[in-house]
Design a binder for this molecule. Structure first.
Ligand code: SF4
Length: 373
């Protein structure tokens, strides 16, 4: 296997001085296969994180194998969480990665509790579970096996093409439990992608991932996100992106404008000032009152996107498998079809808590939905 050379048990990493701010730290290592990254290996006390009931999210629990993310997206909303580790939200977030090495064992114990209700568990809601560290630590196969083995439906949202490694496993899991898969992509311009998502696989590689997932008979919803005002909201850009996503076999698309929360806001604004200073006044106008673009911009984007979705047969009216398109803020806002586990009619396979993706998505609270990307 291509990833075997990066496995933990094949590597003799150099142990570094520990970080007192990281709870449960076993050791910190740098390894030649991942230049520039430091992995802080910890023993986690829990694997399943309960989502507050009033969050509006269509799942009750999440799992985050890693903290920090080597995909290093300038707009990443999760940057702020690194402050809790007394690390900075910029370069440290990209390079100082906390790894829950005992995650699978802890998860198995939690899933075996009689009180576990086998509710939908989401991965990829904070940092990316298929970031580069996963090539070394291989936590996801154990997570997938534990969830499927316990009868727990789950979803994964990622930009990481490493998910391809686990497609056979996911196809097997999908025979046991409902599985939702989501891929996010938005930047079609290679130069812009390299500047804003320097550690993430290219848009074309992510498109190949969508195709591989679809070819395996699995659902794959695409978040066309984040759309960057003045940079990636041109009609030609959106048309090319939506056309390519449709051709790759995505089961649905949701278009999401950029949001700028504290942590990501400072980092992204510094980049904008450096690279596109002419756009700074426009962004001040759009994001001056908060993290989300005003309703007028969302409407404008929805109007722009609607005919493109129809042209590429990704609107709901077009029927078939490709549906679930919409811009948050309008009536069509939804998780893209395929990105959430669908309830099964078979009582043996239907699991408590797995509500239909469409219905749940429509009930989801808009700002909370955006925190996924
Ligand atoms: S946006 Fe997602 S992929 Fe990008 S750095 Fe954040 S968690 Fe990683």
């Amino acid at each position: 296997m291509r990833w075997d050379a990066q496995r933990l048990d094949l590597d003799d990493g150099t142990t570094l001085p520990g970080m007192p701010s990281v709870r449960g730290l076993l050791r910190s290592v740098e390894v030649p296969e991942f230049p520039g990254l430091t992995f802080h290996e910890v023993r986690a006390k829990s694997a399943l994180n309960a989502v507050p009931a009033d969050s509006g999210m269509p799942f009750g629990h999440t799992i985050n194998p890693y903290r920090g993310c080597s995909h290093a997206c300038a707009y990443c909303f999760a940057r702020g969480t690194h402050q809790w580790l007394e690390l900075d939200t910029g370069r440290d977030f990209d390079t100082q990665i906390v790894v829950k090495t005992n995650l699978v064992d802890v998860l198995r114990r939690e899933l075996a509790r009689p009180s576990w209700k086998r509710e939908h568990v989401a991965l990829g809601t904070n940092t990316d579970p298929y970031q580069r560290a996963e090539g070394r630590y291989r936590l996801m196969p154990g997570v997938i096996g534990a969830l499927a083995g316990s009868g727990t439906p789950f979803s994964i949202l990622t930009k990481g093409t490493l998910l391809r490694r686990d497609v056979p496993l996911l196809a097997a899991a999908a025979r046991d439990v409902p599985v939702g898969l989501g891929v996010s992509m938005a930047i079609w311009d290679e130069e812009l992608h390299a500047a804003l998502e320097p550690g993430a696989p290219s848009p074309r590689a992510r498109l190949d991932l969508v195709r591989a997932v679809a070819d395996a008979g699995l659902p794959c919803g695409v978040f066309l996100a984040p759309v960057l005002p003045g940079l990636t909201d041109h009609r030609a850009h959106l048309d090319a992106a939506i056309g390519a996503i449709a051709a790759a076999g995505a089961t649905g698309v949701t278009v999401v404008p950029l949001h700028l929360r504290p942590g990501a806001r400072e980092w992204f604004t510094a980049w904008l000032q450096r690279e596109h200073p002419q756009l700074v006044p426009r962004y001040r106008q759009l994001y001056g009152r908060g993290a989300y673009v005003p309703a007028e911009y969302r409407r404008w984007l929805a109007d722009r996107v609607a005919p493109l979705l129809a042209a590429h047969r990704l609107d709901r009216q077009a029927g078939g498998e490709a549906r679930g398109a919409g811009v948050p803020g309008d009536d069509e806002a939804a998780f893209p079809a395929g990105s959430l586990p669908e309830r099964r009619e078979d009582p043996a396979a239907g699991l408590p808590g797995a509500a239909p993706a469409r219905a749940v998505a429509e009930a989801a609270d808009l700002p909370e939905q955006l925190t996924l990307l």
